[in-house]
Unconditional design. Structure first.
Length: 77
């Protein structure tokens, strides 16, 4: 059975603190999905595509981390 972690947030922007949490979680899980949530109540500084690109660039050498954009409730992800 694969251990998959969902790390949800708006990541606007993705910070070194977020990256540190992901790096600390890597030994605990087989896969980490960075769920980039869209919140219509917030005016984002960066587009969802830009935030997704940051995740992809930072973890380009680690297939265990992937980004995904979603809207709605996190529980429905």
């Amino acid at each position: 059975m694969q251990r998959i972690c969902l790390f949800p947030g708006t990541f606007d922007p993705l910070t070194l603190g977020h990256v540190d949490i992901i790096n600390r979680a890597l030994p605990l899980f087989d896969k980490i999905v960075v769920g980039i949530g869209l919140n219509s109540a917030k005016a984002p500084m960066f587009s969802a595509e830009q935030r997704l690109q940051w995740v992809s660039e930072i973890y380009s050498n680690d297939s265990r981390v992937e980004g995904a954009v979603y809207d709605g409730l996190t529980v429905d992800f």
